[in-house]
Design a protein around this ligand. Structure first.
Ligand SMILES: Nc1ncnc2c1ncn2[C@@H]1O[C@H](COP(=O)(O)OP(=O)(O)OP(=O)(O)O)[C@@H](O)[C@H]1O
Ligand SMILES: [Mg+2]
Length: 274
């Protein structure tokens, strides 16, 4: 077998046989991610779904090496993330924004300072450039008027949009989102999903999103992987009419997609006859 690994430009993220073990408090090893191989195409929105404890967050964090794999290789945008030294990894992480369930904003800082944070820690940005970039990112997420607010003055959806603006600050190719809408009500969820879709379409940013909400996957993703006990149980192309899932979660998702298609068809018919 060849050890040469060529990553096509159309592939944004590639995992090759990635595994991650943790040591449990009782000293036993526990394999949270087992020999996972998958690829995410450039410009895709890719969902990771699975029950609690399946290994979704660990898998996501292996992509930007917030978790160090025990074996396997990770490629992002053609560079092998698993082969990088500390300094190179810091640079590579600028190409990957991250969004968390609990927003993780600095409470005592303004919206401006929160979004400027990733630019300031890298030290190579002049203050005028930082100002321009922060304003640009706040414009993308529709929060230009909140630049001087503090997180406590914002709604949950606004906080998450600030977090998305912060993730975009370094102009990443990839956005890694861990349950970004799980702390939000359904209406706010829709608006945050609209923002993510817009970022994907207008900026071409590849998105990987971990969620336990099938409605989120249905509304946003083109592909998804069902994760079970640390493994990819199956991958689904959501708009494939031949969609024939093997897992229970995959079947549930397919059913939701079909129902949504019927609703869309009805809406189109109603519009045609209105
Ligand atoms: N730092 C750690 N130390 C020990 N075990 C861990 C650690 N991080 C995760 N685990 C274990 O690995 C497994 C997978 O965790 P992970 O957080 O990836 O799951 P998840 O699919 O994201 O779950 P959830 O939907 O609840 O967020 C779980 O059993 C978890 O307890
Ligand atoms: Mg998780």
């Amino acid at each position: 077998m060849s050890t040469l690994s060529i990553v096509e430009p159309s592939i944004a993220i590639r995992l090759e046989g990635v595994s991650k073990r943790f040591v449990l408090p009782n000293g036993e090893p526990f394999e949270a991610v087992r020999n996972v191989s998958l690829q995410v195409r450039s410009g895709d929105i890719y969902g990771l779904i699975g029950t609690s404890g399946a290994g979704k967050s660990t898998l996501l964090r292996l992509i930007n090496r917030l978790e160090q794999p025990d074996s396997g290789r990770v490629f992002v945008g053609g560079s092998e993330i698993t082969a990088l030294g500390k300094r190179e990894l810091r640079a590579a992480r600028q190409t990957m924004g991250m969004v968390f369930q609990q927003f993780n904003l600095l409470q005592n800082a303004t919206v401006f300072d929160n979004v400027a944070f990733p630019l300031r820690i890298h030290g190579k940005w002049a203050s005028g450039e930082i100002f321009r970039r922060v304003r640009e990112c706040l414009h993308i997420v529709g929060l230009s008027d909140k630049i001087d607010s503090h997180p406590a003055q914002l709604s949950g959806g606004q906080k998450q949009r600030v977090a998305i603006a912060r993730a975009l600050a370094t102009d990443p190719q990839v956005l890694l989102c861990d349950e970004p809408t799980s702390a939000l009500d359904s209406e706010t969820t829709r608006s945050v999903l609209d923002t993510l879709r817009d970022i994907n379409q207008r900026l071409g940013v590849t998105i990987v999103i971990v969620t336990h909400e099938l409605a989120v996957v249905r509304a946003l993703c083109r592909h998804a992987a069902v994760i079970e006990r640390g493994e990819v149980a199956e991958e689904l192309a959501l708009h494939d009419p031949q969609l024939s899932p093997r897992t229970a979660l995959g079947r549930e998702l397919a059913q939701q997609v079909a129902q949504a298609d019927v609703r869309d068809e009805l809406a189109r018919l109603e519009a045609a006859y209105a």
